[in-house]
Ligand binder design. Structure first.
Ligand SMILES: Cc1cc2nc3c(=O)[nH]c(=O)nc-3n(C[C@H](O)[C@H](O)[C@H](O)COP(=O)(O)OP(=O)(O)OC[C@H]3O[C@@H](n4cnc5c(N)ncnc54)[C@H](O)[C@@H]3O)c2cc1C
Ligand code: SF4
Length: 477
């Protein structure tokens, strides 16, 4: 245990966020860091509980959302090591399970923290921030690349398709175990939604690029701009590799089938955010005026909608309306939703906070768009309605200005065509499929989820493949 009285001595201190009016002027990281001394005090708050709910990853309460880290991260162990100033050992513990703490340390919603025993009657440990500290120490001291290098090569060749968190995690672990890995990506840059989804202010792209560089440094072959199934066929891949892992994500976006949907200026969130990131990568991180004078309508009240709001603000929009089709969640936990379950309570995301500071309240609940209207083929207005159980209520329609519309209504699952080309009809919970040579991991298997689920699936899938190859590789680590 870190400091036996640490949780009594030190109040929780989060990494500070840059002030809203300063941070909306650029796409740079919003989050700052504590001093090393403060960080070690925060780690000292961990009580090393007999039953550490923080790393259980269990679906309590009917399985709505996971409680605790779904990746078996050894949280109390590395908290203790941070407190003791043993950062290298902390990194060794963390990297046993988490192949990408540089990502989760910045973007994980941290189900571990709300199921921390201290969260029973106060704020939990700053687990996510502690994780970020450990991996940043590891990068600073050059420990990361060493940790990914194999002791020997097995001679087995593995293709990983898709370079999101699941693909990277699978590739990293398979390489660590000695297999020769080739990572195929259809985009020009690697990272999946880490690169072209989560905006720069939340996850700076130099952090993603830094990780991608380590993949080459540990010996993974990177093949960008190559869409498997089109640029190289499933059959070709099957001939060239011993095993293939499909990690293509849940890229089928939910759409809105209403009049005027085909007007210009209506974007899917993933396309809108990808374009914004490409501009940041090309032109730099200063705010721009791409949406100057425009009123933006965002459909969807989740995290993706929030990212679209934060992005539109940095693109200089004149105003934003956000519609969420469900009613608002309660402000506090209900008796049916107690610790250690994930709290089903109303949250105000960073983008919503920024919009509130600039424009006032922008969010309407139990509401959707029922038609779009335009001029010269471009959207200018939306008709919006209140809904009851997802159905528009007659007589509640009103028209609002909408020069740009972003559909952030979630994803329904994987693109099916690649699975058809490989002849995959079954995706099993243990990452196997109906074809012994083909495995599947991440959002394309489990549906839209979180970065940490992708990391977990990639790692577990790699272990499964390794066992199937029956080499001596698993003797290492
Ligand atoms: C806007 C947005 C914000 C998010 N924010 C967060 C957050 O803050 N925290 C969090 O935990 N989660 C967040 N998520 C969810 C998280 O990003 C995903 O759960 C995670 O990226 C899924 O990982 P994955 O590897 O399964 O798939 P993806 O990240 O979707 O990667 C799939 C990759 O496969 C590639 N690909 C697809 N088909 C082919 C093919 N045929 N050939 C070659 N390559 C192919 C794609 O180009 C892509 O690079 C967010 C998601 C979005 C959309
Ligand atoms: S990955 Fe997320 S849930 Fe797991 S320990 Fe880190 S912050 Fe917590």
């Amino acid at each position: 245990m870190a400091d036996p009285r640490g949780f009594l001595k030190y109040p929780r201190k989060d990494n500070p966020m840059r002030p809203i009016m300063q941070r909306v002027k650029d796409f740079n990281a919003m989050e700052l860091d504590l001093s090393d001394a403060d960080r070690r005090q925060q780690a000292a708050r961990c009580m090393n509980c007999g039953i550490p709910f923080c790393h259980h990853g269990v679906f309590f309460g009917g399985g709505r959302a996971v409680s605790g880290c779904p990746n078996d991260n050894l949280i109390p162990e590395w908290n203790d090591l941070v407190y003791r100033d043993q950062d290298r050992r902390a990194f060794e513990r963390l990297s046993r399970t988490n192949m990408l703490p540089d990502m989760t340390g910045r973007v994980c919603p941290a189900p571990c923290e709300v199921s921390c025993v201290q969260a029973l009657n106060g704020p939990g440990i700053t687990i996510r921030n502690n994780e970020k500290f450990i991996i940043e120490q590891a990068f600073k001291n050059g420990w990361v690349v060493d940790s990914g290098k194999p002791l020997h090569r097995t001679g087995k060749k593995i293709a990983v398709i898709g370079s999101g968190p699941a693909g990277i995690s699978a590739a990293w672990r398979l390489n660590q175990l000695g297999h020769s890995v080739t990572l195929f990506e259809r985009d020009d840059r690697f990272g999946g939604f880490l690169m072209y989804g989560i905006p720069n202010m939340k996850l700076p792209k130099e952090i993603v690029e830094r990780r991608i560089k380590t993949l080459s440094q540990v010996g993974i072959e990177l093949v960008p701009n190559t869409e498997v199934g089109k640029d190289i066929s499933a059959d070709e891949l099957k001939q060239q590799f011993d095993r293939i892992v499909i990690c293509t994500g849940a890229r089928q976006a939910r759409d809105l089938n209403v009049a005027g949907r085909d007007l210009n200026g209506i974007y899917q969130a993933a396309d809108f955010l990808k374009l914004a990131t490409k501009e940041v990568l090309k032109d730099g991180t200063q705010a721009n005026d791409r949406l100057k004078g425009k009123h933006v309508l965002v459909l969807g009240g989740g995290d993706t909608g929030n990212d679209c709001i934060g992005t539109a603000i940095r693109q200089g929009c004149a105003g934003i309306t956000q519609l969420e089709i469900t009613p608002p969640l309660p402000k506090e936990r209900t008796p049916q939703n107690q610790w250690p379950e994930w709290p089903m309570v109303l949250k105000t995301g960073y983008g919503q906070k920024e919009a509130k500071a600039l424009f006032g309240d922008i969010t309407e609940y139990s509401a959707t768009a029922t038609a779009f209207f335009g001029k010269n083929g471009h959207v200018t207005e939306a008709q919006i309605s209140q809904v009851d159980h997802f159905k528009p209520i007659a007589g509640t329609e009103k028209k609002i200005k909408a020069d740009v519309v972003v559909l952030a209504m979630g994803f329904t699952g994987a693109e099916q065509w690649l699975f058809d080309q490989f002849g995959i009809t079954t995706k099993n919970a243990n990452y196997t499929t109906n074809d012994n040579q083909i495995y599947v991991a991440g959002d394309c298997r489990r549906g839209p989820s979180l970065v940490i689920w992708g990391i977990h699936e990639g790692r577990m899938c790699a272990e499964k493949i390794d066992a199937s190859l029956q080499t001596l590789a698993s003797a290492k680590l």
